[in-house]
Write a protein that binds this ligand. Structure first.
Ligand code: ADP
Ligand code: MG
Ligand code: MG
Length: 878
């Protein structure tokens, strides 16, 4: 028989999975002899059972709960629902991972009219009567809100009305009679809203409350929080039932929250707030201004001294900064909660370093303590915290690329460039972006799109550039042509100021000031330690020397993916490339491509320079050709003129390039199969650039890696590889040089994974392109799936976006298969990943586990990947 309930004395900190964080820590603090009201925890397994049983607590579990109620009564010398000495309890949520404020808690449970009367009769002090009614009205309010979902606001309105009638400002100023009246009004409100009387039986109250806490695991805000924080739905929450201690008993009582170190800066000092004559959330909810924790010393010297001692012990015990909740009842301290405190990225780094310096933690432990996702915020400019707090968002999209941006609205890439040239700061707002917008995107402080998900063009490119981006704000009604959009009932035109937060996805009207990101000394220290532990190498996805340099600064050990298509878009090249597309014969195509060759070679040389001998993996042309042809009438005419062809012919050609499913169309190595000239030109550019670089830097090991995209069959790879090898060997021979090079492939079609043993015979390396691999494994278009994935989250079919977090069960299985099939055939095969997932911490851990050699991610994610790789290795060591 499963045991579903544990007394605090039966648990410990190691039992988090079963007891939840709060329950496990209450048990641990009990073990440490700290003053904890003694109660019990209903396990997360009971939560799972609750959902399995159709959202009901079965009789068996309820019977076990009642056994523990009896034990609790015995220990505390009070009886649940008793007419003489009634026991009141709190019923509190507590999941494995802390989810502050996401789920529900009910205080003062066990009260009813009779219990209230008994309590008052036993203590004639009018202050006591006030306290009893204060507790009662709080209970009715919380129970109605949490258990019956009546809505807090009705009760708050009644309180406000009462305060108004009495001409007072704070609820502490309401007296016993007022609160008694309020309790009556609350019950009436309950009956009016629900049509039944407020339940007076404490056992029934308890059962409903436990069910409500289980149910709160599934409330909308908890669901969103879980998705944002990688917390699986299947974990469930535990429920803690414990005797109440009363901070609202009198003025010799109070409640507070505190941290053992400053959660904003990491500084080692006791931080916190305290409120006298108050209960529960009053401190956080701001019903009155609390006093700083230091002032508590004057008012409650004994409780404060004990508290300081408890703080010290807890920090020493958990060897981490603690966040605590406590209450003082009649001068006596009770601890109600402790946990490792949430902290800013800056504070996280400082605390980890300090703990090492204090001799409390090892370097490996310090590295393991940092949440890699947190680092993001350190790498981009940020909004001024106070200004941001004061601002009200008027819309929300996806936080696609972190950072803060503010500027004047522009509606096209050209305008972005033009305004920037005039010295203006701009935010580019578009329906969606396309490759030809690149330079405009670079000119913008930030990018806001109406359509597109986390791997839309705008999102991927923005992350690559380290530019803030909010994508997919579908609430915007866009009129690009007339340069105007509406959002939240307001109209925005070109030049209007706007601010976007690429971390939260929030959109604000007007300019919110920003501050530059600063990388403190601790950041470097932690990264240095991380590098000692990790096995995975970390490369970067970079197309330009600027990105490559940035990535090197941030610790990249090579380029894992250089996309060459961006190099075709600059003014002088795009014309030549369009010529090549319009050409009728292979000869004509070669002539056109020859014009591009020196540019590409120059680009590659700059990349080799930036990488100083580290590996550079260059991927050959990937997108379908139609992305390169002009769309504007004037441009089409220009092209026709240059080609000396009728406009109609050019239009017909453009129409012929149209595809119903371009992502599955004529692209990747398929282009090189049709037009081997393109691969030849690119090979020449790579090899010539490498030879030149080698001449300049004989001490560098320049060993080009050429990557063929979108392979699905070994014969196709063989065909393209032959073109590459013949061209490369010819070039090397002609230069009288000696140079080794590698030809590998992107693995991004399921068939390539399934036949990896064949493909590995022809490939020097594999690099998983998990964006396409995810798209093709799921059959979800990465540009459109955002529209319906929300329904998948709501209906619990999916918990996260497979384009943001690698799907380990399906896509991951294919990757593992490719590695397992490929390596024995070609023992020298090196394997990496260069999709967006290469910078996602959980995906990096998976790559470590399946034995990849490296991950490659956008420059600003390099430190995150380094840390995540180290954490994966440290976890394995344990
Ligand atoms: P959350 O996880 O949202 O902080 P909690 O379960 O910790 O919710 O409870 C909310 C508030 O109620 C906290 O301030 C806590 O200190 C207070 N509280 C909970 N249980 C008791 C209790 N038994 N006696 C007094 N106060 C309590
Ligand atoms: Mg709490
Ligand atoms: Mg691809």
């Amino acid at each position: 028989m499963t045991k579903y309930v544990y007394h605090f004395r039966e648990g410990n900190a190691q039992m988090r999975n079963l007891l939840g964080g709060k329950g496990a820590n209450l048990a641990e603090m009990t073990r440490l002899g700290m003053p904890i009201p003694q109660g019990f925890t209903v396990t997360t397994e009971a939560c799972t059972k609750y959902y399995e049983d159709g959202r009901k607590i079965n009789d068996e579990i309820m019977a076990e709960v009642m056994e523990y109620v009896a034990k609790m009564e015995e220990i505390n010398g009070k009886k649940f629902g008793d007419k003489k000495n009634p026991l009141l309890v709190s019923v509190r949520s507590g999941a494995r991972a802390s989810m502050p404020g996401m789920m529900d808690t009910i205080l003062n449970l066990g009260l009813n009219d009779e219990v209230v009367a008994t309590m008052i009769a036993g203590n004639p002090d009018p202050k006591f009567e006030r306290f009893v009614y204060d507790s009662y009205r709080r209970f009715i309010q919380m129970f109605s809100d949490v258990v019956m979902e009546v809505g807090k606001k009705y009760f708050e309105q009644l309180i406000d009305k009462m305060k108004e009638e009495k001409g007072v400002k704070f609820d502490v100023e309401l007296d016993a009679a007022d609160l008694k009246k309020l309790a009556g009004q609350f019950k009436a409100e309950y009956k009016e809203k629900l049509g039944t009387d407020f339940p007076s039986d404490p056992v029934e109250q308890l059962k409903l409350a436990i069910e409500a806490v289980f149910r709160s695991w599934d409330n909308p805000r908890a669901n969103v929080y879980r998705r944002d924080n990688d917390i699986p739905y299947s974990w469930g929450t535990a429920v803690n039932v414990m005797p109440m201690v009363f901070g609202n008993l009198n003025d010799n009582s109070g409640t507070g929250v505190a941290f053992t170190r400053d959660p904003a800066t990491g500084e080692k000092k006791l931080m916190g707030e305290f409120l006298t004559n108050a209960q529960g959330e009053d401190v956080v909810a701001g019903v009155r201004t609390p006093m700083p924790i230091s002032q508590m010393e004057e008012k409650f010297p004994e409780a404060f001294a004990e508290f300081v001692d408890v703080c010290k012990k807890l920090e020493e015990h958990y060897r981490d900064m603690q966040d605590m909740e406590f209450t003082v009842e009649n001068g006596k301290l009770y601890m109600l909660q402790c946990r490792s405190g949430k902290r800013t990225a800056q504070a996280a780094l400082k605390i980890a370093c300090d703990l090492v310096d204090e001799g409390v933690r090892t370097e490996a432990e310090a590295v393991a303590m940092i949440d890699p996702r947190n680092l993001d915020t350190l790498l981009h400019p940020q909004f001024d915290a106070a200004a941001l707090k004061a601002a009200v968002p008027m819309g929300k999209g996806l936080g696609a690329s972190p950072g803060a941006a503010c500027g004047k609205i522009v509606f096209s890439a050209e305008d972005a460039e033009a305004w920037k040239a005039r010295g203006e700061k701009v935010v580019l707002v578009r329906l969606e972006t396309s490759p030809e917008d690149i330079t405009g995107m670079k000119a913008a402080q930030g990018i806001l799109t109406v359509r597109g998900g986390m791997t839309s063009h705008a999102a991927v490119v923005a992350r690559g550039m380290g530019t803030c981006c909010v994508s997919g704000c579908s609430a915007i009604t866009m009129d690009e042509e007339n340069k105007v959009f509406t959002l939240a009932g307001e109209t925005f035109r070109e030049g209007d100021p706007i601010s976007i937060d690429g971390t939260t996805g929030n959109i604000y009207k007007g300019i919110i000031p920003t501050v530059d990101a600063s990388i403190a000394g601790e950041f470097g220290r932690i990264m240095g330690w991380a590098d000692k532990f990790r096995r995975l190498k970390v490369r970067t996805n970079a197309d330009t020397p600027r990105d490559a340099k940035k990535a090197r600064e941030l610790g990249a050990e090579g380029i894992g993916l250089c996309r060459t298509e961006h190099m075709f878009f600059e003014a002088d090249r795009i014309a030549a490339f369009r010529e090549m597309i319009c050409a009728d014969t292979a000869e004509e195509r070669e002539v056109a491509l020859a014009k591009i060759l020196p540019y590409q070679q120059g680009d590659f040389e700059q990349l080799y320079e930036a990488l100083e001998g580290c590996p550079v993996c260059i991927r050959f042309l990937d997108p379908p050709l139609h992305e390169f042809v002009p769309t504007e009438e004037a441009d089409i005419e220009l092209l026709a003129k240059a080609q000396n062809k009728p406009v109609e012919d050019i239009k017909a050609l453009i129409a012929s390039l149209h595809e119903f499913n371009p992502m599955m169309g004529h692209r990747g190595c398929r282009l090189a199969v049709t037009y081997p000239e393109i691969a030849k030109m690119q090979t020449r550019a790579v090899i010539r650039a490498a030879i030149n670089t080698m001449k300049k830097h004989p001490d560098w090991n320049v060993r080009p890696e050429i990557m063929i995209p979108l392979t699905c069959d070994v014969k196709e790879l063989k065909f393209v590889k032959k073109v590459v090898v013949e061209t490369a060997d010819e070039e090397i021979k002609a230069a009288g040089a000696e140079m080794e090079y590698e030809v590998g492939t992107m693995v991004e079609i399921p068939r390539a994974c399934l036949t990896a043993d064949e493909i590995a015979k022809e490939a020097d390396f594999f690099c998983f392109g998990t964006n396409d691999l995810t798209q093709m494994t799921f059959g979800f278009s990465r540009d459109d799936s955002g529209k319906f994935l929300k329904d998948y989250y709501d209906k619990k079919i999916f918990e996260s976006d497979p384009f943001a977090r690698l799907d380990q069960d399906g896509v991951g299985k294919l990757m593992k298969m490719a590695v397992t099939l490929g390596r024995p055939v070609n023992p020298k095969l090196h394997v990496g990943i260069c999709g967006e997932h290469g910078g996602d911490p959980t995906s990096v851990e998976f790559c470590h586990k399946i034995g990849l050699d490296y991950v490659s991610c956008s420059p600003f994610r390099v430190p995150i990947a380094r840390l995540a790789a180290a954490q994966a290795a440290i976890k394995e060591m344990k």
